[in-house]
Design a protein around this ligand. Structure first.
Ligand code: SAM
Ligand code: SF4
Length: 326
């Protein structure tokens, strides 16, 4: 058995969400209105999550990214990373808002984490607060520095650009990448926010970001795997890299190699899936590993061709980003 879909795409990457809770309320993800942030779902146990990853590694998954919600907000995360590391995953990474990272970075390295992505949507404390609704910029910067001082490589910093909110910071982020010698990635805002405020006008296209950075510092394209989400560039004259992730303006679905498992045990074959497959009944009614593997393979076969954001009849999924795992 292996993970292929009916379009011939091989699935090698897993994003696994370990929680749908979060200590930030980023405007493009969660809501300021508690009624729009429903209580978290019942989470899978660490044993259940590890079992699913082990089954998927047996089916050819080689890259695993732990995400959420905020993964560092779930007690036991470090031990879980250690359990995943023992499965012999070739590329084991995590995405975090960085709030708690400085205090646990060394332990994550010892647990066997390979690399890390940290979200940072503004370098300005006032705008950072407006976006995340927290005053945590100093802690996040400390987390980035801790990652830089650790063996985790590459350190990638993710900014979601929203027109009128932080699009004036493109050049500052590029300077940050150069000064800190890290990978700065610019992500297009996707229609997955809890307040459903997304409109096409709020998306800052990757082409604009590239044009603006190139006007100041010449860029050299770097090779990338077709299934990679980011188009990568280094600065011709120095340190640092940028990555452009353009799911809206330049969809990369044709080469997608990803599936997702939500913190409550739903298999999602696309970020924008309108339907999901509940693995919990299998996990909790004594199904064998082989039965679970067969169910996953059957479902993956039906993976969507693409996300349809640019189609006139596009309907966003019922779940928003924090409940899916980005
Ligand atoms: N809490 C962690 C964090 O923020 O890095 C991990 C989970 S978060 C859902 C994963 C990634 O999704 C982050 O880089 C975040 O910026 C991104 N994200 C969240 N909502 C988004 C949206 N509507 N469009 C594009 N990216 C989004
Ligand atoms: Fe939390 Fe990450 Fe969503 Fe921000 S993007 S609200 S940090 S899950």
């Amino acid at each position: 058995m292996s993970l292929h879909d009916k379009f011939g795409r091989q699935i090698t990457d897993l994003r696994i969400s370990v929680t749908d809770r979060c200590n930030f309320r980023c405007v493009y993800c969660r809501s300021a209105n508690p009624e729009h942030n429903p209580n978290g779902h019942e989470l899978l146990s660490w044993d259940e999550l590890e079992r699913l990853v082990r089954i998927l590694v047996g089916l050819g998954i080689r890259k695993v990214r732990v995400t959420g919600g905020e993964p560092l907000a779930r007690p036991g995360l470090e031990q879980f990373i250690a359990r995943l590391a023992r499965l012999g995953i070739r590329d084991l990474s995590m995405t975090t808002n960085g709030l708690a990272l400085a205090g646990c970075c060394d332990r994550l390295v010892r647990a066997g984490l390979h690399r890390i992505n940290i979200s940072l949507d503004s370098l300005d404390p006032v705008k950072f607060e407006r976006i995340t609704r927290t005053r945590s910029l100093p802690q996040v910067l400390e987390g980035i520095h801790a990652a830089q001082a650790s063996p985790l490589r590459p350190v990638k910093v993710n900014a979601v650009l929203v027109r009128g909110l932080n699009d004036d910071e493109v050049e500052s982020f590029a300077e940050f990448a150069r000064a800190q010698d890290l990978v700065m990635r610019f992500i297009e805002f996707m229609p997955l926010d809890a307040d459903r405020h997304w409109t096409r006008d709020l998306v800052v296209p990757a082409a604009e970001v590239k044009r603006r950075i190139e006007a100041r510092w010449p860029l050299v394209p770097l090779p990338h795997e077709p299934s990679e989400t980011a188009r990568k560039f280094r600065f011709a004259d120095g340190r640092g890299e940028i990555g452009l992730i353009a799911p809206v303006s330049q969809p990369f679905c044709g080469f997608c190699s990803r599936i997702r498992i939500t913190a409550d045990g739903k298999l999602r074959t696309c970020l924008f899936s309108r339907e999901e497959y509940d693995l919990r009944p299998l996990l909790r009614t004594g199904a064998s590993d082989e039965q679970i593997a067969a169910a996953i393979c059957n479902r993956v076969l039906e993976k969507e061709a693409g996300h349809r954001i640019n189609e006139p009849d596009f309907v966003p999924p019922a779940r928003t980003m924090v409940f899916i795992g980005g």
